[in-house]
Design a protein around this ligand. Structure first.
Ligand SMILES: [Zn+2]
Ligand SMILES: [Zn+2]
Length: 169
C-alpha cells in the first residue's frame, strides 16, 4: 500500500486553515452580518468535515482528488459563473478562465489557454459570464455535466467522470 504523504500534508494544512478561519468567524462575528456569518460558518464546517473524510480515505491508501469532475460534484446545484482570471494588479488575463462558485465564494476549476488546441478552454469560453450548474442525471451517478442556465442551445458544456471512490467516502 502506498500512501500519498504529500497530499495528506497538504490536506491537513488546508483543514487547519479552515479551522482557524472558523474560530475567527465564530469569535469576531461582529465584523460580518449575522446571517452572513452563520452561512460562512456552515460552509467552513462542511469543508472541514469533508477533509476529515478525505484524510481517512488517503490514509487507507486512497487516490488523490482529480481536477474537474471531483471538484464540480462538491458544488452540485450551486450557482457558478465563468470569469476571466486577473493578474496581481487586477488586469484581466485573457488566457485564464475561472469557474467561480457564487454560492461558496470559491474557485471550482481553472482553465488555461495553451499554445496547442485546448478544447476545454474554448468550450468554457463560449459561456463567459453565464450562470453554470454542475448536475448529475441520476443521484450518485458517476457522470457529471457542466450545464449553462443561460443558453438554450448547446447547454451542456463539459461532461466528466467522478472518481470511483468519491461517493463512498
Ligand atoms: Zn459551491
Ligand atoms: Zn451559456
Amino acid at each position: 500500500m502506498t500512501v500519498d504523504i504529500e497530499e495528506i500534508k497538504l490536506s491537513e494544512k488546508l483543514q487547519k486553515m479552515y479551522q482557524e478561519f472558523l474560530i475567527y468567524v465564530e469569535q469576531e462575528n461582529v465584523e460580518f452580518e449575522r446571517t452572513e456569518s452563520k452561512k460562512l460558518e456552515l460552509q467552513l464546517k462542511e469543508k472541514i468535515q469533508w477533509l476529515k473524510k478525505y484524510l481517512v480515505h488517503l490514509e487507507k491508501g486512497g487516490k488523490r482528488i482529480q481536477a474537474g469532475a471531483d471538484y464540480w460534484v462538491q458544488h452540485e446545484n450551486h450557482k457558478l459563473i465563468i470569469e476571466y482570471g486577473e493578474d496581481g494588479q487586477g488586469n484581466i488575463e485573457q488566457d485564464i478562465l475561472f469557474l467561480w462558485c457564487e454560492t461558496c465564494s470559491d474557485i471550482v476549476s481553472s482553465y488555461i489557454k495553451k499554445s496547442d488546441e485546448n478544447k476545454e478552454f474554448e468550450k468554457i469560453k463560449n459561456h463567459l459570464g453565464h450562470e453554470i450548474s454542475p448536475v448529475r442525471e441520476i443521484q450518485n451517478s458517476k457522470k457529471i455535466y457542466l450545464t449553462c442556465n443561460h443558453c438554450m442551445k448547446n447547454s451542456i458544456i463539459l461532461c466528466n467522470e467522478i472518481s470511483e471512490w468519491f461517493n463512498e467516502i
